[in-house]
Structures are given as structure tokens and as C-alpha cells.
Design a protein around this ligand. Structure first.
Ligand code: ATR
Length: 273
């Protein structure tokens, strides 16, 4: 019987997940369908239960439901617990298992696809919201020499950094406190690019031989990437690779088959111009 999967969010029309999983399934001969569901803002849990009742095997969860998915899960992976959010659900034996592959998707894209050695590198993360929180622990596990979180409201950056201050030397600061410090990797984990805004990061924070990474995807050269380019950074990337790598982790968890990501990344990449 054809297995059913879906992504749920609101809005959902923009989601690339059906395309990605459709391509994984076709390449690896998996008998499955994958649809997009617009979850009602006041009825997320009911929509998930209805999908399970209709024979659903698993779901990806996107904004604004990642915290609600965390709350309704019967079992949580360590990663999901640490991120405080869930992006993938698996329905088995009447139970809802939950994981979060966003962070590992970012790390895999940085290391495998973009050739960035995170061990020993200096990382600046912009933003202290859900996206930054999900990325923090997986980045730290790769052993960077330094990880600094900058946020407009620095108290949020400090709170995010605090559990890792003693163990990993993570610092939470304001943009002004970046000063003349330079980083090998600057990750824009703010939501600024979704509105065409630029986080107030100084151009001097980028190393020309480093990497500027925009978590948003499909938006071409965002104000953040343009700033990095003008600062002489030639290695620019957006989050399309992260999106596809996290999808691959979820697919492997559901289907027991690890899909090839390269062809899908090449097909979906929007040129950064
Ligand atoms: P997400 O889940 O995408 O991380 P969020 O939890 O609402 O969304 O967090 C948004 C992040 O983007 C916050 O860190 C926010 O900074 P503040 O906490 O100081 O508000 C950051 N952000 C949004 N717009 C920004 C802008 N124009 N410049 C800098 N930071 C911005």
C-alpha cells in the first residue's frame, strides 16, 4: 500500500518539501505520496490526528507549529529536546515520535556540501530566536574555536548562550559589541531577510576567505549576503542545502534509505545574484 506523508504549516503554499521528498521517493523507488497540508492556526493537533487516522506515516512540521509539535509528541529525540522544537514526526504503533533535523541539516550542508571545516573555526551567529536555538548545539558539537551570538535584544542572546558559556565559551552580545572582531563563518539566523531587512552586523565581521551563510533560501542575494559580498566574501550560501539535508535525514528515519542530496540541491538552487 502507498504510504502517506505530509508537511504541515501555515501558510504552506511556499513549501518545497513535497518537491524534495517526491524526488527522493522517485529516485529510490519508494511507494509513498507526500502532500502539503495547511494546518488551521487553532487546530494543529486535530489536523495531525486526522492525518494519522487517515493512515499517515509521518509529517514534517514548519512554522508556526514547531513548538506545538514538540508538545504533542509521545517521544522526543535528544536533538529535539535541546532545540526545544520539532520538525519531523513519525507515527508508529499508535505513538508520535518526534525529532528535529534542522541543525544536523545545517551542519551537513556546511561540512559536506560547502567544504567548511567547523572544527577550530570562529562562528558568529546573528539572531537568538527559534532558528538560532536549533542551530546552536549541532554547531557546537563540531568543536568551533569560538561561537558568538549577536542579537538586537542582547538579553535573548545571553540567555541562549548561558547553558554553553562554561562548557563551550559561548557569548551572547549586542551588535555593537561585535566591534572589530572577525569570524570565519557568519550565519544569519534572524528573520530579517524574510522582510528584505539587514541585521546591523558590521562589514568588518566577515573574513574574505570565510563563509557567509543565510538560513533563508530561494531569495537570491539578500541584504545580508550582499553586505558579505561587498565586504569581499566570495563564499556565499543560502539555506537551500540545509533544507534538503534536513529532509534527507527525515526521509532516512522514515524509510530506512538515505537519499542522495546532490542532484536535488543542484536542481533547486536559486543563483545568488
Ligand atoms: P525564527 O523562528 O525564525 O528564529 P523568531 O523566533 O521570531 O523567528 O526570531 C527572530 C529573530 O530574528 C530574533 O533574533 C530577532 O531579533 P530580536 O530578538 O532582537 O527581535 C531577529 N530579527 C528579526 N528582524 C531583524 C532585523 N531586521 N535585524 C536584526 N535582527 C532581526
Amino acid at each position: 500500500m502507498t504510504d502517506r506523508y505530509a508537511v504541515i504549516g501555515n501558510p504552506i503554499a511556499q513549501s518545497k518539501s513535497p518537491l524534495i521528498h517526491g524526488q527522493f521517493a522517485a529516485t529510490h523507488g519508494q511507494d509513498m505520496v507526500y502532500e502539503a497540508i495547511e494546518g488551521p492556526l487553532e487546530g494543529f493537533a486535530d489536523a495531525v490526528r486526522a492525518f494519522i487516522a487517515a493512515g499517515g506515516r509521518g509529517m514534517n512540521v514548519t512554522a508556526p507549529f514547531k513548538l506545538q509539535a514538540y508538545e504533542m509528541a509521545d517521544t522526543l529525540s535528544e536533538r529535539a529536546r535541546q532545540a526545544g522544537a520539532v520538525n519531523t514526526l513519525k507515527f508508529e504503533g499508535g505513538r508520535i515520535a518526534a525529532d528535529n533535523f534542522d541543525g544536523i541539516g545545517l551542519v551537513n550542508d556546511l561540512q559536506r556540501n560547502l567544504g567548511m571545516a567547523l572544527s577550530g573555526c570562529r562562528v558568529l551567529m546573528l539572531g537568538a530566536g527559534g532558528a538560532a536555538r536549533g542551530a546552536l548545539r549541532p554547531l557546537l558539537e563540531q568543536g568551533p574555536a569560538e561561537l558568538v551570538i549577536a542579537n538586537r535584544h542582547p538579553e535573548k542572546a545571553e540567555a541562549l548562550a548561558r547553558p554553553y558559556a562554561a562548557s563551550h565559551g559561548v557569548r551572547g552580545i549586542s551588535y555593537a559589541e561585535i566591534g572589530r572582531q572577525r569570524f570565519d563563518l557568519v550565519v544569519n539566523a534572524t528573520s530579517a531577510s524574510l522582510r528584505g531587512e539587514l541585521p546591523p552586523v558590521p562589514a568588518t565581521a566577515f573574513s574574505p576567505e570565510g563563509l557567509a551563510y543565510e538560513l533563508a533560501y530561494g531569495k537570491g542575494l539578500t541584504p545580508f549576503l550582499r553586505l558579505a559580498q561587498n565586504a569581499g566574501v566570495s563564499h556565499l550560501a543560502d539555506g537551500v542545502g540545509m533544507l534538503i539535508e534536513q529532509a534527507a535525514e527525515g526521509f532516512a528515519w522514515w524509510r530506512g534509505v538515505r537519499p542522495e542530496t546532490g542532484p536535488v540541491i543542484r536542481r533547486m538552487t536559486v543563483p545568488l545574484v
